[in-house]
Structure formats: structure tokens, C-alpha cells
Ligand binder design. Sequence first.
Ligand SMILES: Cc1ncc(COP(=O)(O)O)c(C=O)c1O
Length: 386
Amino acid sequence: MRFELTGSTWGEEEKQAIFDVVKSNRFTMGPRVQEFEEKFAAHFGMRYAVMANSGSSANLIAVASLFYRKDNPLKRGDEVIVPCISWATTYHPLHQYGLKLKFVDVDLKTLTIDVAELKKAITGKTRMVVAVSVLGNPCRFDEITGLCAENNIILFEDNCESMGARFDGRYTGTFGFVNTFSTFFSHHISTMEGGLALTNDKEMYNLLKSIRNHGWTRGQDEDSPVFEKRDDDFYEAYRFILPGYNVRPSEIHGAIGSRQLDKLDGFLKVRRKNAEHFVGLFGNDKRFIIQSETGESSWFCFTMIVNPEWTADRKRVLQTLRQAGIEYRIITGGNILRHDVIRYYNHEVTKSTNADIAHYNGFFVGNFSEDIRDKIDYLHETLATL
Ligand SMILES: Cc1ncc(COP(=O)(O)O)c(C=O)c1O
């Protein structure tokens, strides 16, 4: 048997959606992207969604937009608190916009930011917290939203790994002032490449749209708060107001997104059934620390940290998995502090003990939207031989 890291989420509907775009002969961002954005925002109970060509781009335009708000914009040198475990492009845009990154450790069981450490890290200089629900598992949003509100701190949610998760019944990716999602292959839904930003703020929405699209006024709301229309159609047609990018998605991405979103709830049910099975088998296995659920996880995958108190090391475990045809990989990107790129960041570290344990002792195996309980059994049998 093989146990892969991921599987496809596409069926005939997605292929048909691609053909429909080809037949329409309109490929660049247009009505299908808009339809997906509207469906996506409605699904998560938010006012506005802006699609980009990746989750990384969604992070980039979301960070950029915060610098161009009329009131209280972020400024270069401002301090932002981030967890030590996330994907590289959670951090890069923060660095690229000149923010100072303050790294806070994660909780070893949940792998999300350690709230007690976060509390200690907040100072009068903290302008923003980036909350990352790691691999489907929600952050402690009750505490985090409280801390941000009390201290007048912007909450930014990078929810690229956790579509469909909930905390206190509310979807992750809706707690932040701005929230990002990825629809990359292997995520809960896939447009192959793609990502979205969600917000309830009209100014942010229009900033996101302009920065996605060359910093142009094209596509702005009639009553956009971001600029004032002038009475000269010739110049208005090509008017640039912000230092933006071109990170637009294509119509193919939008069309697939709508088909995939229709299937999201079904996908989540299957992922959760697999998870129940995994937790049943490994929940009491003292050799491994598995991710403990906060709220309702959308179970991107199954993390396993080789307990430092156990005699076997990760190398031996991985060798056994490799020989058995079971795929594995590092937990998200591991501890970002252990990557070469860190030398470029203006940063400070409060503590990273648990992130290091996850980095050096952890790995994950796949979960996807198919019934893989037999593969999980196979994993269990394979690890029993150790
Ligand atoms: C937390 C997090 N942020 C951002 C991204 C980037 O998303 P993308 O691969 O769509 O660029 C990822 C990728 O999975 C991620 O895990």
C-alpha cells in the first residue's frame, strides 16, 4: 500500500469549468472571478473577498493595503508579532514592507501561537498580530481577539492552511481585520494556484483590488473611499493611485474555485472522519505528540512529533515510513528561525523552544478528502513495528 501526502479534489465539474472558459474566449480576470469572490465571501459570512493568483499574493496585497489606509496606516519599522511556525510567505511581505517581526513560540500540542507567550510579547509598540491557524487547527481566537481589542492592535489572519475550520462555531479566516486563504493544490479546495483575502472593511476591499491590479482605478467600486473620480474619462481610464502589483487570477481559476467551493463541506466531512480515526489510533500513543484540536479543525494533515522522551529518533521513524511507502514532510515550513532567510529580517525572538521541537522531531503525513482510513491503519501497523 502507498500512503500519499495528498490527493486531487477535482472531478468532471472542474474540467468542464475549464472548457467553458476556453469556449468563452475570456481568460483574464472577469465575471467568473467575481462570481467566485461573491460566493466565497457569502460562504464565510463576510462582506468582501478579493482573489489573487496565490495565498502568498493575498498576503502581499493584504499587508500592502494596511500601509495605505487613511486612518492609522502601518508604517515602516512598526512591530508585528508572528508565530515561529508558519509558511515562508506569511513573513516575507512583512519584511518587504519594513516591519519588525517579533517571533513568539507555539504551543507544542496545538502548534498555534502560545497565547501566554503572546501576552508577554505585546508592548506599546505592537501594531499587529498575525494569527496562523496551523494545518487546519484554529488559534485561540477568544483570547487573541480580546488581546488585540484591549491593546488597539490589528489582527491579521493568515488562514491559508485552515479553510473550513471553526472556533466557537465561527469560521477561521473571519476573525481578522483582514484574512487570507490559499487554494493551492493539496489545500481544502484547489484552483491549482490561487488565494483570497476576506475583509468586512470597504476601504480595505478597494485597496486590495487596486493593489492586486497595478495600483489601477479599474474595477474600483463606484463609491470607492480610496480615490476621487475626476471629470475626464480619457485620463480616468488609465489612472494609477497606488504602488501595486499584477497578482490577478485568471478566469480559469475563478471558474474552478466556484465548483470547488460547492464541494467544500463534503470534503471537510471526509477529512474529519479520517481525523477521528487517526486520533482514535494515536491519541494515547505516548511515542508521539499529535496535534490536539482547538475548536473544530479542518485537518489539513496529521502531525506527529516524536516524543523527546522516547528512545527512537525521527530518523529511524522516517526510514521506516519511507521503506513502507508512506510519504511525510516537515510540519508546514518548520521553525522559520532555522531557515537562511532569517538573516534578512529585522527581527526579535522571545522564545522558540516548542517550535524547535516541532522542527527537529516532527513531521506530518497526509489527509485528504477521500476515505483513507485503511491508509491510516497501515501507518499504525507500520509504526507498531518500531
Ligand atoms: C500559512 C500559509 N500562508 C501562506 C501560504 C501561501 O499560499 P500559496 O501556496 O497559495 O502561495 C501557505 C501555503 O500553503 C501557508 O501554509
